[in-house]
Design a protein around this ligand. Structure first.
Ligand SMILES: [Zn+2]
Length: 214
């Protein structure tokens, strides 16, 4: 009796899951098809923006310098055209010093500082790899099953980080930072509640300036 009741109650859920499992490969295929166009478009748009790429490199260098001293702090960043955002449990003086050190070290030729593993470019790269693999497998095997999707995701897991570093190096960052200087750090912390002040991640905008044109 109880079993019967359970079946009556849960069969819509089971049906829902089965239908989803059936359609999942199709959804993946459609997503992948869009991704193989939209991801390169996003990357190319950044690649032509020299100012943004230089600030993106400086953002990574700043985070790398901070993490060299304090270990992984889960700092997030975002490059912009007139500077970059740093968000994390650090004070503004640390951010400013790290930005200046990062800039100086990049200028001295430490190009690895411009690359960061947790960069959004790497997520794009992983999505791009899985999309290409899904499309390739679909094309080669003629249909897209769950197994192929799994294969594509595993492939992306392995290839994504490597491709991410390549995309960062050649497309989304630039070490052509001649004439750049750190203009200052502005605190942009949003709604600091009294119950947890000082503990939550803080948001800074590091303004950069380019003194000479090239
Ligand atoms: Zn990045």
């Amino acid at each position: 009796m109880l079993t019967f009741l359970l079946i009556i109650l849960f069969w819509p859920v089971v049906l829902f899951l089965l239908v989803n499992l059936f359609f999942l490969p199709f959804q993946f295929a459609i997503h992948s098809f869009f991704n193989i166009f939209t991801i390169p478009y996003q990357l190319i748009k950044i690649a032509f923006n020299q100012q943004l790429r230089a600030n993106h490199a400086l953002e990574h260098a700043t985070i790398n310098v901070i993490e060299e001293h304090y270990g992984p702090l889960n700092i997030a960043g975002l490059g912009q055209e007139d500077g970059f955002i740093i968000q994390g449990p650090v004070d503004p003086y640390t951010v400013e010093e790290a930005a200046r050190i990062g800039l100086a070290r990049l200028r001295e030729g430490e190009k690895d500082l411009a690359i960061h593993n947790r960069c959004g470019t790497s997520i794009l790269a992983a999505n791009f790899v899985s999309s290409v693999l899904v499309i390739l497998l679909l094309w080669k095997a003629g249909y897209s099953g769950l197994f192929y999707i799994l294969l594509a995701l595993v492939g992306a897991q392995f290839l994504g980080p490597h491709l991410g570093r390549i995309f960062q190096k050649y497309l989304t960052t630039s070490t052509r930072i001649e004439g750049f200087e750190i203009a200052g750090v502005e605190v942009r912390s949003a709604n600091r509640g009294f119950w947890n002040f000082g503990l939550q991640p803080r948001r800074y905008f590091v303004r950069t300036r380019r003194l000479m044109q090239y």
